[in-house]
Design a protein around this ligand. Structure first.
Ligand code: PEP
Ligand code: MG
Length: 320
């Protein structure tokens, strides 16, 4: 492992036939940036900002959030930082006494992620203000989790515009062109990716939730774990369609779910058209090594077979 890291660290993530791939890191806390820098990642592709809110009795105020975000942006020193807005609810709970989140009949289908934020402007406004203030310090991109409707995207974009004006009037700087992208983790959004690509500045495919919803398999339930199948032809079709629709509109398309971190899937994802991967830092050397050994034309043939339902045997792929 260590040897692999040392070998790969300074090599570019280029396929065997010369296509440049972006490898970014998923982080949960500001201190995780040390590891990101050690792996020489192309920035942060997913900062799970909800970790700042978890395991504590209170909600962090704008100032505390700003300091956390500012630290990440400063540590990343000019590399892009994709801050995902608060994604709590379902598997990412606050303390039980907060918000009545656990009372829902189907928490994974209930008030979570962006839905919850839009319902609670008293949380969402200071949260977005902190992200916007951090955007003055380096290249910040805002990413929305669990988006299911166009209305949610338009409403959030309007709110961001309003808060940018509010901050400017108060004398704060922020990047007026900060990209606003969405996680593609609801199947209907993947299937309507052509439509969402017209309004979002980038996509990032969240396979943990996308697979859960596409296959109706709880991502955290051991009893059905064997049915959680990233290689299902229906899942792959959604991934491929999302990538193609995003690229057709000229927006970047990344993947930040666990699937992106598994080297057994790397060639397949390259073959499906993916050019930006985001994963926990420790997975980067092995994925990079795999990219450097993969020929994209061969990967496209592999992807075509997998899409047709003819499953190639992928080591460690977990296909059932
Ligand atoms: C995902 O759903 O794939 C994802 C990256 O988000 P999370 O695992 O935080 O839900
Ligand atoms: Mg998710």
């Amino acid at each position: 492992r260590r040897r692999l890291l040392e070998e790969q660290r300074d090599l570019p993530a280029i396929s065997a036939d010369g296509v440049l791939i972006h490898l970014r890191a998923n982080i949960e806390l500001p201190d995780d940036t040390d590891m990101v820098r050690r792996m020489n990642a192309d920035g942060v592709g997913l900062y799970r900002s909800e970790f700042l809110f978890m395991n504590r009795p209170d909600i962090p105020d704008e100032e505390e959030q700003f300091h956390a975000f500012a630290r990440v942006v400063e540590q990343m020193d000019g590399a892009p930082v994709t801050i995902r807005s608060l994604d709590i609810g379902a598997d990412k709970g606050l303390r039980d006494d907060d918000a009545g989140l656990h009372a829902a009949l189907n928490p994974a289908l209930g008030l979570r992620g962006l839905r919850l934020c839009l319902r609670r402007p008293e949380w969402f406004r200071p949260h977005l203000r902190a992200i916007l203030r951090a955007s003055a310090l380096g290249p910040v991109r805002l990413m929305l989790p669990m988006l299911s409707s166009m209305g949610q995207l338009l409403q959030t974009r309007a709110l961001v515009g309003e808060l940018q004006a509010e901050l400017r009037a108060e004398g704060y700087n922020c990047d007026p062109d900060m990209p606003l992208g969405i996680m593609v983790e609801v199947p209907a959004v993947a299937m309507a990716a052509h439509y969402f690509a017209g309004q979002a500045d980038f996509f990032s495919i969240g396979t943990n939730d996308l697979i859960q919803y596409a296959l109706a398999v709880d991502r955290g339930d051991d009893d059905v774990n064997d049915l959680f199948d990233p290689l299902h032809a229906g899942v792959l079709a959604m991934i491929q369609y999302t990538i193609a629709a995003g690229h057709a509109r000229g927006i970047p398309v990344a993947m930040c779910g666990e699937m992106a971190a598994n080297p057994a899937f790397t060639a397949l994802l390259l073959g499906l058209g993916l050019r930006e991967f985001s994963m926990y830092s420790g997975a980067i050397p092995e994925v990079k090594e795999t990219i450097r050994q993969t020929n994209i034309v061969e990967a496209e043939a592999l992807a075509a077979r997998a899409l047709s339902g003819e499953m190639p045997v992928l080591p460690g792929g977990g296909h059932s």
